[in-house]
Design a protein around this ligand. Structure first.
Ligand SMILES: *Cc1c(COP(=O)(O)O)cnc(C)c1O
Length: 350
């Protein structure tokens, strides 16, 4: 490596996203936890009628209207809401406000890989705490907290919901920020948003990417105490949310009913898909998300992944410690999951 770069860059492993094959129409795509349903008709209408003239001027740098809408949806005062270009940007800005090189950043293993990447970019000391055999947090997790601690709740790729008591102990013991990443909260029925008043070090993240079916729009939210929110404003790019995304995000949040009905459908499909996978010889971890992590009794994760890919179904395989035995399967439509079931019957019976 030439000498142009910061030292910490040497250790950074590039993020490997889920595959997006060129002939994507040919595939049933159950590998990146996207919503199988289209965005709300209100979003569709807003996109169709968006006025190009509105792009001539800079967007609202503090997203006032969008925050007002978010305040009423999430029941959090607008001053405690920050809008990010996807929750990934919020994660990155949190590192920027809190981490100097050498500071400790803690998170469980296995979890969302971006936490490690961001910690490495920041030159932090990474503290990776192994989850228990059932993928829940170990009881001593609160003692390992860092200047920043990340908890995905529900967790990815394991789909389970960390014990709230251990999360709260982490919040009360830690003198650093504890980020509870609720990307999949809509499928879990629980949230830590109502704990913001109790814990000044709590940051809750939400996103429109999964439950609202808007992964391409790039809008996420951080909820925290006014001081943390103010710090985020200080370090963000001036216009981090473009005008189009602000308008469309507002439309999405004006139709929460649609999001709830598609989430309910996905939860129902999840139950049926999970039962069938169990009948087919999979160990499936309890899921509070729009995906399941499943290990087969005879075939490895890689074998399942490859056999499904041959049949034009994409699931996610992680070639990492503790994950090689299984695959992560996003919950699609009823029809897509029915097809998955049939193809697995062929693979496993044949
Ligand atoms: C998908 C995902 C994100 C990213 O969300 P964006 O808003 O699309 O950036 C963040 N955290 C977890 C745990 C996720 O699974």
């Amino acid at each position: 490596m030439a000498n142009y770069y910061r030292d910490s860059l040497k250790d950074v492993e590039a993020y490997v996203p889920g595959e997006q094959p060129r002939d994507i129409e040919q595939y049933i795509k159950l590998n990146t936890n996207e919503n199988p349903y289209p965005p709300s008709p209100v979003v569709e209408h807003t996109v169709r009628h968006f006025n190009a003239e509105d792009l001539r001027v800079y967007p609202d740098p503090v997203f006032s209207e969008l925050r007002r809408r978010a305040a009423s949806v999430f029941k959090v005062p607008a001053e405690r809401i920050f809008v990010a270009n996807g929750s990934d940007e919020a994660l990155s800005l949190i590192m920027r406000i809190a981490i100097d090189p050498g500071d400790r950043v803690a998170y469980p293993y296995p979890t969302y890989v971006l936490y490690r990447t961001l910690a490495q970019i920041a030159g932090a000391e990474t503290v990776e705490v192994d989850l228990r055999e059932d993928f829940n947090l170990p009881e001593d997790f609160p003692e390992k907290a860092g200047k920043v601690t990340f908890l995905a709740r529900p967790n990815s790729p394991t789909a389970n919901l960390f014990d709230q008591q251990v999360v709260e102990q982490t919040l009360s013991r830690s003198s650093g920020l504890v980020v509870v990443d609720e990307a999949y909260a809509a499928f879990s029925g629980t949230t830590m948003l109502d704990h913001l008043d109790r814990y000044p070090n709590l940051v809750v993240l939400r996103t429109l990417s999964k439950s609202y079916g808007l992964a391409g729009l790039r809008v996420g939210f951080a909820f925290a105490g006014a001081e943390v929110i103010e710090a985020l404003y200080r370090v963000k790019d001036s216009y981090n949310i473009n005008a189009f995304s602000q308008a469309v995000a507002q439309a999405a949040l004006s139709d929460v009913g649609y999001m709830k009905s598609t989430a309910a459908q996905i939860i129902q499909t999840r139950r049926r898909a999970l039962d069938r996978l169990v009948r087919q010889g999979f160990r499936v971890y309890p899921s509070a998300a729009n995906f399941v992590f499943a290990e087969h009794e005879r075939l490895s994760g890689k074998q399942i992944y490859e056999a499904l890919k041959d049949k034009k179904i994409l699931v996610r395989y992680f070639d990492q410690r503790r994950l090689q035995a299984g695959v992560r399967i996003s919950i699609g439509t009823e029809e897509q999951m029915e097809r998955l079931g049939e193809v697995l019957d062929e693979i496993l019976g044949g």
